[in-house]
Design a protein around this ligand. Sequence first.
Ligand code: 13P
Length: 251
Amino acid sequence: MRRPLVAGNWKMHGTRASVAELIRGLRHLALPSSVEVAVMPPCLYINQVIQGLDGKSIAVGAQNCAVEPMQGALTGEVAPSQLADAGCALVLVGHSERRLILGERDELLSRKFAAAQSCGLIPVLCIGETLEQRQAGKTLEVVAGQLGSVIEELGVGAFAQAVVAYEPVWAIGTGLTASPQEAQEVHAAIRAQLAAESADVARGVRILYGGSVKAANAAELFGMPDIDGGLIGGASLNADEFGAICRAAGN
Ligand SMILES: O=C(CO)COP(=O)(O)O
């Protein structure tokens, strides 16, 4: 059985004071041991979060990493090896905000994915269609292209130590959520694409759903057979709400 994963992507939110308060809230949560829980603070606060959560079984991840695995001359970037050194366990690769606002493309993302893995980090590959693409009936084609480019570059075996997050762009931060059936259709297609190359990898890989997940809709989404947890944005900034979402993944 796949162990559900719920990860909170804090995006570009927080100050030292608000992060301290969120850490306090997270420390008080009763979390189900059947669920793996992670938070992804802005890079600046990773250290504060790792120290603050000491003893609490919540993993810490980053929202991005450099294309080069090791430290070196790459101004403004953070190497996967540095994230691992700081105590991170995971890293997001290809969040739609980075694809769309910063122009990150599939080829670059395969390199980040490989760089992260070479340092022992678990990459969480984010894929998903825009509203325009969905309305044009291209959802499965877009998602298959984003996933397929990493499979092509690195081989399906790379997904034995990775997570996929399906995040429809139109559902991010909008309050619109894919219905459990809509999400399940895409998750099943993602798993089938992996299964075409390796049944074992497909069976083991966790595919998270992201896009306006809240305590109120989490259980229904997580109840679908191919949804193995969530990547939570806004709702992860509230410890109690985040805790309720984690508990929904454990039921
Ligand atoms: O982008 C997301 C997580 O990576 C989802 O964000 P929201 O939960 O705020 O819609």
